[in-house]
Design a protein around this ligand. Structure first.
Ligand code: RP5
Length: 176
């Protein structure tokens, strides 16, 4: 088992379907992580304990996701010097606008790197990129990942062109 480098914290088990995407991205690069449910409002003591102990626990990045009055990433960031990536989770009735504003509008001095609403996969990738700053092998794998994205665009573009040529080809009998 790889060592745990990333802490994935979520405010509720209802966040799990979105937060699992972080794990998918980290799995792709073989990064060790742990998933934790805590809450800035419902269990502030647990949240503080986790954030304050994160460095000693060997974590290097924390990803925190929450919905609504989403204070979890900011509160964690206030209690650790580790980089914190925040994920606004979309919940009813405001569909994530509330979560986004709660997480992205941090006061100067306590940054949270906020990804898009429900952007858990990108949060995972950003954690990998942070770890890759001091890891050449990881950097190499990220390069390969980026190349695969570009190759996929090329593949879909070629497919589209072929489909368009086929679509514009005159039917038999229509030819002059
Ligand atoms: C937040 O409240 C959680 O992060 C979750 O997104 C939202 C709703 O939580 P539940 O009522 O579903 O437990 O703290």
């Amino acid at each position: 088992m790889s060592e745990i480098q990333v802490g994935i914290v979520m405010g509720s088990n209802s966040d799990l379907p979105v937060m699992r995407k972080c794990a998918e991205a980290l799995d792709l690069f073989g990064i060790g992580y742990e998933m934790v449910i805590s809450s800035a409002h419902r269990h502030p003591e647990k949240t503080a304990h986790y954030a304050r102990g994160a460095v000693d626990a060997g974590l290097q990045v924390i990803i925190a996701g929450a919905g609504g009055a989403a204070h979890l990433p900011g509160v964690i960031a206030s209690m650790t010097l580790l980089p914190v990536i925040g994920i606004p989770i979309a919940i009813e009735p405001l569909h994530g606008v509330d979560s986004l504003y709660s997480i992205v509008q941090m006061p100067q001095g306590i940054p949270v790197a906020t990804v898009s609403v429900n952007g858990a996969y990108n949060a995972g990738l950003l954690a990998v990129q942070i770890l890759a700053v001091h890891d050449q092998k990881l950097l190499h794998r990220l390069n390969i990942y980026r190349q695969s994205l570009a190759a996929n665009v090329e593949k879909n573009d070629s497919l589209l062109r072929e489909q368009e040529i086929e679509r514009k080809r005159p039917e038999k009998g229509e030819e002059k």
